[in-house]
Design a protein around this ligand. Structure first.
Ligand SMILES: [Zn+2]
Length: 262
């Protein structure tokens, strides 16, 4: 399966989107270094990628959402980061490590996989790929730090609003296939609490929910009811956005260089 083969139109070569915004932000040359090592896999909700063990693969979601949780002896698994098409989920190391996290598909979908050794080797040779790996690593760690504070201080309602808003933004859809049990587990709150809060949000017209499905109808209002972590982890901090910002600045510098007098 080679879903990212180059397509051709009469106006010249056109590269079809992979669906992962980080991969799609790369130049053709940079993506060309990764392409021979990329493979595509489709998994269902709940598929476990790693569970407290070293995982030598980097995942670029094209659709679907990877939830990274810390599992406790009581059986609870609290989400400390999540990644959709704006980034990549990985451990970002080839060395044996002490990891306490589990990564699973909260929402199933399509994922591009690459051996982390190949990604990191390409990063040694290519500045764009090095930047991509840095931004994706930074994104997971930034979430872990922010959510440590969020889980300790912010209310269940604020956190539920944040989780729903962030999931919609990252997946690019107002419809989330998520059970209240699953959301409760990710947020470390009781399912009955999620049920009560969801009823309140539905009464206010912010969401509609049925068994296993939530539709966010008022995303902006939901974000306004979220805790500050929603803004602290805003779209402008996504790896894909940061890659686009760098490219934009480079284009502006190049334009200024071309029009600057000798
Ligand atoms: Zn928060």
């Amino acid at each position: 399966m080679n879903p990212i083969a180059t397509a051709t139109r009469s106006s010249g070569p056109v590269r079809p989107a992979t669906g992962n915004d980080c991969l799609d932000a790369l130049s053709a040359d940079a993506l060309g270094l990764l392409r021979p090592h990329l493979s595509e896999v489709a998994v269902d909700d709940g598929h476990v990628f790693w569970d407290a063990e070293i995982y030598l693969t980097t995942l670029f979601p094209a659709s679907g959402l990877v939830s990274i949780t810390v599992r406790l002896a009581s059986g609870e698994g609290i989400e400390v980061a999540s990644v959709a098409k704006e980034g990549a989920a990985a451990q970002f190391t080839l060395e044996p490590l002490h990891t306490v996290t589990q990564a699973s598909a909260f929402a199933g979908g399509t994922f591009f996989r690459i051996p982390s050794a190949q990604l990191l080797a390409a990063a040694q040779r290519n500045e764009e790929i090095a930047r991509l790996a840095h931004f994706c690593r930074d994104w997971v760690f930034a979430q872990a730090q922010q959510l440590a504070a969020c889980n300790a201080v912010h209310s269940a309602e604020q956190r539920l609003c944040r989780w729903l808003a962030q999931s919609c933004r990252r997946l690019g859809t107002p419809t989330l296939h998520a059970t209240q049990d699953g959301i409760a587990a990710a947020l470390g709150i009781r399912r009955t609490t999620v049920t009560l809060l969801a009823q309140t949000l539905q009464t206010k017209g912010l969401i509609q929910y049925r068994r296993g499905k939530m539709v966010v109808t008022e995303l902006a209002r939901l974000e306004s009811m979220s805790c500050e972590c929603c803004r602290a982890l805003d779209g402008k901090y996504w790896p894909s956005s940061r890659l686009q910002d760098v490219k934009k600045r480079e284009r502006e510098r190049e334009r200024e260089r071309l029009i600057a007098p000798d």
